[in-house]
Design a binder for this molecule. Sequence first.
Ligand code: SAH
Length: 230
Amino acid sequence: MSRIIITILCFAYITGFGQTDYTTERKHMVKTQLKARDIRDRATLHAMLNVPRHLFVPKSKRSQAYRDGPLSIGDGQTISQPYIVALMTQELKVKATDRVLEIGTGSGYQAAVLAKIVDSVYTIEIVKNLALKAKDRLKALGYTNVTVKWGDGYHGWPIKAPFDAIIVTAGAESIPQPLIDQLKNGGRMVIPVGPNNSVRQLVLVKKINNKIITKNLIPVRFVPFTRQNE
Ligand code: SAH
């Protein structure tokens, strides 16, 4: 009898039976990479525990999806390290009724994490192939409150503005003025700022009484914020 049980357990282990949704890996990621650092926001932790990150990376990289680092997603772009996604989400201090703008859709993972917390996410991606793939992926996974647009996020999304929060997931040399203009009074923006090909600062921008207050959070590396027709 015990031999049969051992055989079944070995089979289950080898085939990955019960592991295909990566629940164990995701829980481990939340515990060791987020809670063990400074991620305390319950909504952020809950979202990261529930969004299937492995479905946002190329099939060949699924087993690496929960590692403590960024991953290549094709077209020269990357999905950010889980900790950076969590930190940026936490710093936005978003709530269930919020409307959020993201610049740099990439795989759609950050948008999906935000979509678990807020009312609606508008996200812009400059690489057409990535925008189309992210749109299909988010639709297939049932994220009905995310709208993806292909274009240059420098200009923001004027007809959907103002936003309660704005997140820029590509490294900018300076903060685009249209994004500042489209942030609600009392709103928050998180954006990596600094020279290209170098370490940038993750900057928290707050709009208070229509004035901008900035705070450097941590040094980060991000793929560059590019421009269309330049
Ligand atoms: N948030 C993504 C990762 C972003 S990587 C995720 O969760 O997977 C940064 C992305 O920003 C890249 O896909 C890049 O093509 C895009 N990007 C760079 N400049 C941009 C711009 N001006 N407007 C919109 N997207 C831009």
